[in-house]
Write a protein that binds this ligand. Structure first.
Ligand code: TK8
Length: 358
């Protein structure tokens, strides 16, 4: 336990002080919950390779490190997790394929590119479906979400837990965006926007009059740098920790989609683990996912403020402007709700509404 605490403090300290005078690299982050639970007896040693898309300063990485700490602590060092950040092993789509073939043990993609395995996940891609984080978290912790995780059975992927990628915000290098017309351009020409590899997202940006270009996350920075695309959309924390602000002058607080992450393991790796280790992995995934949501929450507004401090021009939309975007993307519902399932969408809306009436 002492060793763990020391490790954590050192890490947090380095993260806070590391980048010197100019800017803090992380907000004041909650410490991870103490690691409790029994030590799992010896069932052999495993080294688990985990590839993630985001950078070392992201909530995704910091919480994955906590996952690794739980496994290591509770297996007395027999389970080791090596985390490879920054899409260095591949993008979300490639890493999921690697999980299927067993060439990678774990990954942490967005739910959006995983709709090729579990189509119901596309419910999360519907614009403005989850108006508050509380609603989003309640949905991710619901039976509806657990069913989606269970639906990975047989794909070669064991889906362990949902956590938060977060509310997506639009950034671009061309002009401030306040209205759908600013995206679609009319006489200005629509913005070329990189989207995730997901058909609902494609439909959102087509409907708004942009030129959507699906692209792997790992290629995005240089695509923006070289002007191949004008913009992209991701949570403020990603725009900050992946340094997108260096090549994007404008941001708009659109909050158009709440994207979950899903922590995943290769079914081959899962099956190679003793049931006692499986239980530990599942528990650690849940605990670290919960911690990730907390970190993502702490990062969100702080990241936006950091981006402003670093010179990004950020437009906060008023209620009318948000309503104009909601109105403009209505055709996306008409196109996709029947395919995703009206009943599923109603169930999700009911869970969301319950949190908001409390
Ligand atoms: C990271 C991705 C990313 C996602 C995207 O692996 O592709 O834009 O939001 O953060 O999952």
């Amino acid at each position: 336990m002492t060793r763990f605490l020391f490790g954590t403090l050192t890490f947090a300290g380095a993260a806070t002080l590391g980048l010197g005078m100019a800017h803090a690299q992380t907000p004041d982050l909650s410490d991870p919950p103490a690691i409790d639970g029994e030590v799992v007896e010896d069932h052999g040693s495993h080294t688990i390779r985990m590839g993630i898309g985001l950078a070392e300063s992201s909530p995704q990485y910091i919480s994955s490190q906590y996952f690794a700490d739980i496994l290591e602590e509770r297996s007395e060092g027999r389970l080791t997790v090596n985390i490879f950040p920054n899409s260095q092993l591949g993008d979300d789509v490639q890493m999921m394929e690697m999980l299927q073939t067993g060439t990678l043990d774990m990954s942490y993609p967005s739910s959006s590119p995983a709709t090729t395995y579990v189509p119901e996940l596309a419910a999360f891609d519907l614009p403005f479906l989850l108006p508050t984080r509380e609603a989003a978290v309640a949905v991710m912790q619901s039976d509806v979400a657990q069913n989606m995780l269970d639906s990975f059975d047989g794909t070669g992927i064991k889906a362990l837990a949902f956590s938060e990628n977060g509310y997506r915000q639009l950034s671009n290098s061309v002009r401030p965006v306040e209205t759908p017309e600013d995206v679609g351009g009319l006489d200005m020409g629509g913005l070329t926007i990189r989207t995730m590899e997901n058909p609902v997202h494609l439909s959102i940006w087509e409907t708004l009059g942009a030129n959507p270009t699906p692209m792997a996350f790992g290629e995005l920075f240089s695509a923006m740098e070289q002007g191949v695309v004008d913009g992209q959309e991701n949570p403020w924390s990603t725009i900050l920790t992946s340094n997108f602000y260096e090549v994007q002058d404008y941001g708009s607080e659109t909050r158009h989609v709440y994207t979950p992450f899903i922590m995943m393991m290769s079914e081959r790796t899962w099956e190679s683990l003793d049931p006692a280790y499986q239980e530990l992995v599942q528990e650690a995934a849940r605990q670290s996912a919960e911690y990730e949501i907390q970190l993502a929450t702490e990062y969100d507004d702080w990241s936006r403020n950091q981006l402003e401090e670093r010179g990004m021009e950020i437009t906060r939309l008023n209620d009318e402007q948000v309503a104009a975007f909601q109105e403009a993307v209505q055709p996306v519902y008409e196109e996709w709700a029947p395919q995703i399932g009206e009943e599923l969408i109603s169930e999700i809306q009911a869970i969301a509404e319950e949190t908001m009436s409390n």
